[in-house]
Design a protein around this ligand. Structure first.
Ligand SMILES: Cc1cc2nc3c(=O)[nH]c(=O)nc-3n(C[C@H](O)[C@H](O)[C@H](O)COP(=O)(O)OP(=O)(O)OC[C@H]3O[C@@H](n4cnc5c(N)ncnc54)[C@H](O)[C@@H]3O)c2cc1C
Length: 420
C-alpha cells in the first residue's frame, strides 16, 4: 500500500463507501449483507471472473447451520435449500489403504448429529447454486459490479482509499475489503505478512454417482495420505474431497478414467454400490496461511485472504462467513453512529472479534491433519483410542457438533439468524 496525495482525474474515478475486491462467496455475501442492512451504502465489487460464469462452478461446500441461518437472513436460503442436501449423520473411520473393512470409530447421529433440535449441523450446497444466488440478490439490491476487472493496486490518502483497476478505472472509497482469496495480492500490497506452510498435500475434488442412497450420511475416512471425505449431495450422488501427496494427486487428476476409478474404489469401497464419475476432477494444493493482521487503516481482509486452512474439518468457508457477519455488523453499526468506517479504531473491533477464532481453527486443523495423515501404528493406536473415547461421551460429541455447526463463541447477529 502506498500513501498518495495525488488527485485522480475525476473522469476516471467512481465513488463508493465500500469496495470489495473479490466476488467469491465471501465478497458477494459481504456486499449483500451491507446493502441489505443499509440500502444507502454504496457498495462496489470487483472480480476478474465474468459473473455469468458462477453457475458453472462444479464444486460443493459443507455449510454449517449458523451460516445457513445467515443465508436465510440474507433472503437466499429458500432458493439454495432446493439444491442442498442436509447432513444427518457423520461417521469417522481410520484404517490402512489396503484394509478391506474400514472400522467406524466415531459416529455423530440423532441428537449428536444435529445442531439444535432437529436442525442439521450442516448442509452440502452446490457452489453453482450458491454463488449465482448471492450475485443475483446483491445485484437486485443495487450493489455495483466491476467484472471482469481486477483490483490491481490501491493508494491510501487521509480519509479515503483509491483502488486502481486493471481496466484503467479507479474507485474512491472509505474502505477496501480484500476478499481476493488465499493468494491475496491486496494483502501483500498492504504489507500484511502471513504465517504460511504447505502440507505437501492436495485435495482432489470431484463428484460421483452411486447405486444406493447415502441417506444424508457424510463419511470421513482417515487414510495414510490424509482424509478421504464422502459428502452427500441430493439424489444418489456424493462430493469427494480426497487428500493425497501433491505428486500423487496430480498424477490421479491426469490419469485416464479407468485408473482413476480403480483408485477411487480402493478408498470409497462398495457399500453404496456401483460408482460412476459425475463431474470434472481438480486438485487444490493445501497449506496453512494465517494473516498476522486482519486490518490496516482503510483495508480489512476477509475469508481466505485472511486465513486459508486444511479442509479436513470443512470449515474454511464457514470461517469466511463468520468474517462476513462480524465485519458487516461492525461497519453498519459504525455508520449508524456516524463513525469513519475505514478508521483503524473501527476496523480493530472486527480484528479483535475474528483473529483469535481463526487462529484457533487453524491450529486445530493443523494438528488433526498431522495426527491423522500418517501410517505409524503407535500413532494410529493412540488416535483410535481417542476417537473411541469421544464416541462414548455424548456431551463431548454434542460440543464438537455445536462447534462444527458454528454455534460456539460470541456469534455475530447474522449467524444467529437476526438482522444487523
Ligand atoms: C479441496 C477443498 C475443499 C473445501 N471444502 C470446504 C467445505 O466443504 N466447507 C467449507 O466451509 N470450506 C471448504 N473449503 C474452503 C473454501 O473453499 C474457501 O474457504 C472459500 O473458497 C473461500 O472463499 P473466498 O471468497 O474467501 O475466496 P475465493 O473463493 O478464493 O474467492 C476469491 C475471489 O477473488 C477474486 N480475485 C482474485 N484476485 C483478485 C483481485 N486482484 N481483484 C479482484 N478480485 C480478485 C477471484 O476471482 C475469486 O472470485 C475447501 C477448500 C478446498 C481447497
Amino acid at each position: 500500500m502506498r500513501e498518495s496525495q495525488a488527485a485522480d482525474s475525476p473522469a476516471q474515478e467512481s465513488a463508493a463507501d465500500v469496495v470489495i475486491a473479490g466476488g467469491g462467496y465471501v465478497g458477494l455475501s459481504l456486499a449483500l449483507a451491507l446493502k441489505q442492512a443499509d440500502p444507502s451504502m454504496e457498495v462496489a465489487v470487483v472480480d476478474p471472473k465474468p459473473m455469468d460464469s458462477l453457475a458453472r462452478d462444479p464444486r460443493a461446500s459443507a455449510i454449517a447451520a449458523a451460516a445457513c441461518r445467515m443465508l436465510d437472513q440474507l433472503g437466499i436460503w429458500d432458493e439454495i435449500r432446493a439444491t442442498a442436501q442436509p447432513i444427518n449423520e457423520m461417521i469417522v473411520t481410520d484404517s490402512k489403504l489396503r484394509d478391506t473393512v474400514r472400522p467406524v470409530f466415531l459416529t455423530f447421529a440423532g441428537e449428536t448429529g444435529s445442531a439444535q433440535g432437529d436442525e442439521p449441523f450442516a448442509h452440502m450446497i452446490p457452489n453453482g447454486a450458491m454463488l449465482p444466488a448471492l450475485y443475483k440478490a446483491a445485484l437486485a439490491l443495487g450493489v455495483r459490479f466491476h467484472a471482469p476487472d481486477t483490483a490491481r493496486d490501491f493508494h491510501q490518502a487521509g480519509d479515503h482509499v483509491s483502488v486502481a483497476l486493471a481496466s484503467g478505472g479507479r474507485i474512491r472509497a472509505k474502505l477496501l475489503v480484500a476478499a481476493d482469496g488465499v493468494r491475496s495480492r491486496l494483502r501483500d500490497l498492504a504489507g500484511i505478512r502471513t504465517v504460511h506452510w504447505s502440507y505437501g498435500q492436495s485435495g482432489i475434488v470431484t463428484t460421483v454417482k452411486h447405486e444406493r442412497p447415502h441417506n444424508g450420511r457424510a463419511e470421513e475416512h482417515f487414510l495414510p495420505a490424509g482424509p478421504f471425505a464422502i459428502l452427500p449431495l441430493p439424489g444418489n450422488r456424493s462430493s469427494l474431497v480426497w487428500t493425497e501427496r501433491t505428486g500423487d494427486a496430480d498424477r490421479l487428476v491426469r490419469a485416464d478414467d479407468f485408473t482413476f476409478e480403480l483408485e477411487l474404489e480402493r478408498r470409497f469401497g462398495h457399500h453404496l454400490g456401483k460408482l460412476e464419475l459425475d463431474g470434472p476432477r481438480h486438485a487444490y494444493p493445501l497449506g496453512l496461511t494465517l494473516a498476522r493482521d486482519f486490518v490496516r487503516p482503510r483495508i480489512a481482509l476477509a475469508g481466505d485472504a485472511a486465513h486459508g486452512i486444511h479442509p479436513i474439518a470443512g470449515q474454511g468457508l464457514n470461517l469466511g462467513f463468520k468474517d462476513v457477519a462480524a465485519l458487516a455488523e461492525v461497519i453498519v453499526e459504525a455508520r449508524r453512529l456516524g463513525q469513519d468506517i475505514g478508521g483503524l479504531d473501527v476496523l480493530e473491533r472486527y480484528q479483535r472479534w475474528r483473529r483469535f477464532d481463526t487462529f484457533q481453527m487453524g491450529v486445530v486443523t493443523d494438528v488433526l491433519n498431522r495426527l491423522f495423515s500418517n501410517d505409524l501404528d503407535v500413532v494410529r493406536g493412540i488416535r483410535d483410542f481417542g476417537l473411541g473415547l469421544v464416541d462414548r461421551l455424548p456431551k463431548l460429541k454434542g460440543m464438537f457438533i455445536r462447534e462444527a455447526a458454528g454455534f460456539a463463541g460470541p456469534a455475530p447477529r447474522l449467524l444467529t439468524g437476526e438482522a444487523i
